[in-house]
Ligand binder design. Sequence first.
Ligand SMILES: *Cc1c(COP(=O)(O)O)cnc(C)c1O
Length: 381
Amino acid sequence: MKFNTKVIHGNQHHDPSTGAVMPPVYQTSTFVQKSPGQPIGDYEYSRAANPTRTALEDALASIENGTRGLAFSSGLAATDSVLKLLKPGDEVIAMDDLYGGTYRMFARIYQEFGIKFHFVDMNDLAKFESLINVNTKLVWVETPTNPLMKLADIAEIAKITKKHHLLFAVDNTFATPYLQKPLDLGADIVMHSATKYLGGHSDVIAGALIVKDADLGEKLHFAQFATGGTLGPMDSYLVLRGIKTLHLRVQRHCENGAKVAAYLAQHPKVARVFYPGLENHPYHEIAKKQMIGGFGGMVSFTFTSHAKADAISFLEKLKVFTLAESLGGVESLANHPALMTHASIPEDKRKEIGITDDLVRLSVGVEDIDDLLADLEQAFK
Ligand SMILES: *Cc1c(COP(=O)(O)O)cnc(C)c1O
C-alpha cells in the first residue's frame, strides 16, 4: 500500500459490532468481564488500551512503516516514556538544537534523576562518536530542528548507533512521515508531537511513538501503562481524523512554505532565512537525501537590523498569520522563539545556538499563498 492510501486505510477496520465505517469514540474507562480476569473482548481498562486509541495507534504504525504505535496525552508524555527506559548513571547524547520542552525535560527533570546528557552538533559525527561510552544508552535527534531548521543525517547516525548498540530516537514532528521515515533510515523509535501536523487542526494536544521492534514496543507500552500518559478516546479520534488528510495538507504546506521562504530570501529587511529547501541552506544536501517530496512548512528568519523591536512590531502587525505558539495546523502561525516557545532555554544557551532576539518562526499554513505574502509584506512595511 502506498503512503497516500495508508493515511486513510492503513491497519484500519470497520467496527465489528455495528459495521460503522469510522471507529466510534469508545468513551469508556472500563470493559465488562464474564468471569474474574476474563474480559469478553480484548479490552479491560482504558489506561492499558481503548479501541479508539488502538485504531489511531494502528494508523500511526502504518504511516511510519513500524509495527507498533503508541498514542500519548502529549508529545512530551511520549518522550517521557522513552526516558523511562533509562536508569541513573545512563547517558544520553542529544542534538544541540531541540524543542524547548524536550530540553527542559532532559536538563531539569531527568538530569536530577542521575541521567547525564550531552548536547552536541550531530553534524560533527566524529565528535558525536567520541562521546559514546559504556554508559551511553540513547541518542535523541530532532530533524529538522525547531526553530533553526538544522538537519541531522539519520542514516549516518544510525550506522553509529547500530555499531554501539544504542537506542536511536528521532523526533519527526516537523517533517512528518509524508516527507521523512526515520525507521526506514535506521532509527529505532519515532516520536511525534501529534499536536502539530498529524492532528493538523490545532484542536488537540497529543503525542506518539512508533517502533519496528516488538520487544521495544512492549517496553514502551509498559512505561506508558505504568505511568499513565495515555491519549483519551475523543482526542484519539481527532488525531486519526487529522491523519486522513496528512498527505494533502503537507503537500500544500510544502508549496506555501517554499514560496514564503523564496519571498523572504529576496526581502531587503531580511538577513537570514532558515528553510531546508533553499539551496544556500547549510543542510540542503541532507534535506534532499532524506526528506522526500518537499521541505515542509516551517520557515524562520532574522532581520537585517538585528533589532528585537523590529521582530516584535512585525509580529504585532500580522493579520492572516496568528501570533501564537505551536505549529503544523491548517492556519498560519507566527512565533517569537526567544520570548515564546524557547523562553525556557537560558539566555546564554539560546545565544550560543543562534536563537537570537530578532528571530521569527513561521508555521506556514494552507491558506491562499497570495494572502500570506500580502500579509507579510504589509507587516514589513
Ligand atoms: C510541540 C513539540 C514537542 C512537544 O509536544 P507537545 O505535544 O506540545 O507535548 C516536541 N517536539 C517538537 C519538535 C515540537 O514541535
